[in-house]
Design a protein around this ligand. Structure first.
Ligand code: GLP
Length: 246
């Protein structure tokens, strides 16, 4: 896993924004895989600035988000779909029709749910029909999760409904206004789905990510540390600031 250390978070965000911009200029209908969370906010801000000030055109870009909570309406203040619209899609001029999210309809993937229509398989098919993901942006959760692939996730896992880890729910409690309001389940791209993206770019900033970065670099294919399952991808890069590098 290649790891690049930057003096500041802003420099890392700028580096990745330039890479995304080059991809989009060469390939206006590029397919991006996108994460939510605090980590990619500066990247999205910089890309939106490039759209505004430099005419970077995202009108034909397709996007697929890594995950979504189950049980929230698309307009729920904490729904990733809404978060992405506010932080990236609207300011960067990405049409809603070009954005893909796992369908989190009530019974998706639940035991006993109809397997006649499988929204998880639909999501995988939509990614394939778009030609696959050119560049996918990832963060790392406190327990090593990538997207919502919690500890125990298999390298062969595909898009599916998962139960959220207690730490993941605890970390989201403040944003939801209480632990009891945090959804218990989500739909996430699987590790195998993520590994099919042509470029993987993992971001980690701040001292609280230092131990996470160390463990991600040290472990290989440890199901208890999902980020380590990315090792072996042919175009994988970790971009960290000095405080996360330690
Ligand atoms: C969330 C998301 C991940 C994200 C991670 C880290 O639960 N599902 O995609 O990378 O947590 O979040 P943050 O960037 O806020 O530390």
């Amino acid at each position: 896993m290649e790891c690049r250390v930057f003096g500041t978070r802003t420099q890392a965000e700028r580096e990745l924004a330039v890479e995304v911009a080059e991809l989009v200029r060469v390939r206006p209908d590029a397919v991006l895989g996108l994460a939510t969370g605090n980590t990619p906010t500066g990247l999205y801000r910089e890309l939106a600035r490039m759209h505004r000030d430099e005419g970077l055109d995202f009108a034909s870009v397709r996007t697929f988000n890594l995950d979504e909570y189950c049980g929230l309406t698309p307009d729920h203040p904490r729904a990733f779909r809404r978060w992405m619209r506010e932080h990236f899609f609207d300011p960067a001029g990405i049409p809603a029709a070009n954005t893909g999210f796992p369908d989190v309809g009530e019974n998706v993937g639940a035991p006993g749910a109809s397997d006649r229509i499988d929204p998880c398989a639909d999501f995988e098919r939509a990614i394939r029909d778009a030609g696959g993901i050119d560049l996918l942006v990832l963060g790392i959760g406190r327990n090593g999760h990538v997207a919502f692939n919690e500890p125990g996730s298999e390298r062969a896992s595909r898009t599916r409904r998962v139960e959220l880890h207690p730490w993941t729910r605890a970390d989201a409690a403040a944003a939801f206004g209480g632990l009891d309001r945090v959804p218990t389940h989500a739909i996430t791209m699987g590790i195998a789905t993520i590994l099919e993206a042509r470029r993987l770019r993992v971001l980690a900033f701040g001292p609280e990510k230092r131990a996470l970065v160390a463990r991600t670099l040290a472990a290989t294919a440890d199901p208890d540390w999902p980020a380590s399952q990315l090792h072996g991808h042919p175009d994988l890069r970790l971009l960290v600031d000095r405080s996360a590098a330690g």
